[in-house]
Design a protein. Sequence first.
Length: 484
Amino acid sequence: MNFSKELTKGFYYYGLGRLFDKFATLLSVVILARLLTPNDFGFVALSMTFIVLVQSLSESGLEESLIKDADATREDYNAAWTYGRIIRGLLLFSIEYSLSDWISIVYENKEIADIIKVLAFNELLRGFVNIGIVDFVKKREFKKDFKFNLISRTIRVVSAVFLAVILQNVWALILSYTLFNMSTLVLSYILSDYRPSLCFEFSRVKRLFRFGGWIFIDKFVNTGRSIIDKMIIGKILGVEILGLYQISARVSLETSDDVKTIVSKTLFPVLLTITTNKEKIKKFRDILISLIFLSVCFASFIFINADFLVNLVLGEKWIGSIPIIKVLALFSILNVLLTSVFPVFKSIGAPKYNFYINIIQFGLIMLTVFPLIGFYGLYGVVYSLIIGSIFGLIFRELILIKLEAYSIEELKDLFVTALFSILIFSPMYTLRLLFDFQYSWVNLFLLTTIFIISSIAALFLIMRLTRSKSIDYFYKKIAIWRKY
């Protein structure tokens, strides 16, 4: 198998899918932000925080085990479907529905209970999704996965906007999420030929769990790390502030999450085709320079032009989100660089390293968030996330050094990439300081053009001064993407 070709194909399809998703999400956020209030977004964020936490308690990692296990049989798939989806879905529905009233008492809002009860119904829909879609990733059928996500996400965005126009309240978001899960259920049987059946052989699940166990623990801790900010903001600062934070995160972290998702979904199955762990780490090292460049690229644009994006896209009632967007944009760089290594550790059979990194992050966030929120309010939450990510990155580097992932020369390449990526930031930032740009689409287009030119200049310098095979490959071969 040609590693570069498979990786390019994966990046192409996942990149194209995320690009469409980005456009659709931007369009829906623009419309929804003008139809709904920060309170509406806060209610959804708070309810989903509880749902995600409960889901993580039963995340088995069975599907990742199926992807990694080249010898998995039909009975293994059926057992994973029975225990990992159907039984899990029934349990989640029961827990979420029964605890909904208690959660509404904790957050002193009765409407949250009704929202959680409807969201709990979605667990039943998700529980019967065809386990065969795992093969889209395992067999690197990126085109099928692209269609699966494209259709379901389109249904979610269109229904959210349509319902928001009609209802103009929080239920537009909740019902669109339900329609999304219904479409996912139906599509899983249309696009996959596999037809699962019940299998209660627990021994098969136990075997798969030997690898999936670490993934279960890691996902639980990772979920806690990713939702603790919303839980604390909702309880201490209130639902309206949480809604403001939620939109800020959507604007500043959406693109970095796209990069992270594309890398994770593409890199894991492709790395599994490589036999030696040393070669897997070497391939990741080549890609890391590209990730540094892309993450700095997107974050710098959002940081400098946050006021333009809010005023032109979201509207005046979201002005308060501008400084939060800027700080979260800086956090997004750390977040991409930290989590990008996770599929590598899974591919070498060491998901425990992902757990170690996440537990360090989570621990530091819990230690610092309450003092910082007392001093800095909402900003303190973001500062706490940044502190956790910095120490997580330090620990990640120690692991990679232990695995002999870098030489001194390669560390220099990473430093050069980070340094010259700042060139993307400098021209646009200088212009914003020197001139008072009025908020208009023409000026935003001008700044975007300057940003693209400085990005190309930085890319050229990085190519000349480093030995990054990934940047050189994608730069030379970008034209062949069309044939895929």
